[in-house]
Design a protein around this ligand. Structure first.
Ligand SMILES: [Zn+2]
Length: 92
């Protein structure tokens, strides 16, 4: 296992806790860093937030699991590297 470089799937799995600020500080930073560096995940997050707002359930950053699951599926269906940006998980 690699620490510090979460994959897209891991970030998507953690994003609800991330939005709830329920992650440990170190984890929160790695997720935030990935979201900034990964066009696919940042686009997904934007879509997630837009959907939450559209559903009117943006109370305290609570994302209902069904909504998250549906978005995660749609995201996976589109293909994460839709933009083909330069962020293809480079290791240091
Ligand atoms: Zn990603």
């Amino acid at each position: 296992m690699e620490e510090g470089s979460p994959g897209c799937a891991e970030v998507l799995a953690l994003v609800t806790d991330y939005l709830d600020a329920a992650l440990p500080p170190g984890r929160h930073r790695t997720v935030a860093g990935h979201l900034e560096a990964c066009p696919g995940c940042s686009a997904w997050l934007a879509q997630l937030l837009a959907t939450i707002a559209a559903l009117g359930c943006l109370r305290e950053g609570v994302v209902s699991p069904p909504v998250l699951a549906a978005l995660r599926e749609s995201f996976a269906g589109r293909g994460i590297r839709s933009d083909g940006g330069g962020a293809r998980g480079r290791r240091t």
